[in-house]
Write a protein that binds this ligand. Structure first.
Ligand SMILES: Nc1ncnc2c1ncn2[C@@H]1O[C@H](COP(=O)(O)OP(=O)(O)O)[C@@H](O)[C@H]1O
Ligand SMILES: [Mg+2]
Length: 232
C-alpha cells in the first residue's frame, strides 16, 4: 500500500526550476533510496513534502489525502518527518532537551524520551552537550529529534555524509532496526549509491530537478541517463 505519493510537482526558485514534474510513490514500510548529484533537487523535494516550500504545481498525497494545503505542523502530526543536512544546537541544552524539543508542540514523558534515546543509542550520553558530540552521535541525535514526533515516514537528508565506512555500517544497522521494529517508512537521500544500495530494494534517481530513473540497483546503474548524470 502506498503511504506517500508525490504527483507532478514543479518548484521554481528565482532563476532555477528546482523540481520539474516530479512524481514518486513510496510504499508503507519501504526503505526507498533517493539519489542525485549536488543541486539536483533532493533537499527541495523533501522540504516541499514537509510544507517548508510551496510547490508551483502538483499534489502530495499522504495516506490517501492531498496535503498540499496543510500547515507544516499538521503534516508533522500526520507522521511526516525529516532530518537536516546541517543541524543547529541550542547552546547549554543537553541531548535530553534537544530530543524533547524535537516535538515542540507537545511535551513528551521522560520515559518516551529515554526510549527514543535508547533506540538511537544515545542513552549513555543523555545529559551531554550535543555540540561536543562526534559526528555519528550527532546524526543519531538528528534521528532522535525526528522520532520525537512519532513519525510514520522519516526522510533522511544525507545522513551518511561525514561518516566513515564503519560508522556508516552502524547507521545502517540502526535504521534497519527502526524500519523493522516500528514499520517506519524511510526515504534515504544521498548523492551517491554507496551506502544507500545496502538498504534499499528500489532507488529513485533525480538530476537537474527531474526524476531520470527508478528501480533496483542493477537496473539504475545500467541506465544511460544515470551514467551521464554521474559521469557527465
Ligand atoms: N531556498 C532556495 N532558494 C533559491 N534556490 C534554491 C533554494 N534551495 C535550493 N535552491 C536551488 O535549487 C536547486 C536544487 O537544490 P537542492 O534541493 O538543495 O539540491 P540537492 O539537495 O540535491 O543538493 C539548486 O540549483 C539550488 O541552488
Ligand atoms: Mg541537499
Amino acid at each position: 500500500m502506498v503511504i506517500l505519493e508525490v504527483r507532478n510537482i514543479d518548484k521554481r526558485f528565482p532563476g532555477v526550476m528546482a523540481l520539474k514534474d516530479v512524481s514518486l510513490a513510496i510504499e508503507r514500510g519501504e526503505i526507498r533510496g533517493l539519489i542525485g548529484p549536488n543541486g539536483s533537487g533532493k533537499t527541495t523535494l523533501i522540504r516541499t513534502i514537509m510544507g517548508f516550500y510551496r510547490q508551483d504545481r502538483g499534489e502530495i498525497v499522504y495516506e490517501g489525502d492531498n496535503i498540499v494545503d496543510e500547515e507544516i505542523w499538521n503534516r508533522v502530526n500526520k507522521g511526516l518527518s525529516l532530518t537536516y543536512q546541517n543541524p543547529l544546537y541550542v547552546a547549554g541544552l543537553s541531548i535530553f532537551r534537544h530530543i524533547e524539543l524535537g516535538t515542540i508542540a507537545k511535551r513528551l514523558p521522560t520515559q518516551k524520551i529515554m526510549e527514543i534515546a535508547r533506540e538511537v543509542g544515545l542513552e549513555d550520553k543523555i545529559d551531554d552537550d550535543p555540540s561536543e558530540l562526534p559526528v555519528l552521535s550527532a546524526k543519531r541525535l538528528e534521528i532522535a529529534k525526528a522520532l520525537a514526533t512519532s513519525p510514520k515516514i522519516l526522510m533522511l537528508d544525507e545522513i551518511f555524509a561525514g561518516l566513515s565506512f564503519e560508522e556508516g555500517e552502524q547507521m545502517i544497522d540502526m535504521l534497519k532496526t527502526l524500519n523493522k521494529e516500528k514499520n517506519l517508512t524511510i526515504l534515504l537521500i544521498d548523492h551517491n549509491l554507496r551506502m544507500v544500495k545496502k538498504m534499499v530494494k528500489r532507488t529513485t534517481v533525480i538530476d537537474m530537478g527531474e526524476i531520470i530513473a527508478e528501480g533496483s540497483f542493477e537496473e539504475i546503474i545500467e541506465d544511460e541517463k544515470v551514467r551521464k548524470a554521474y559521469i557527465g
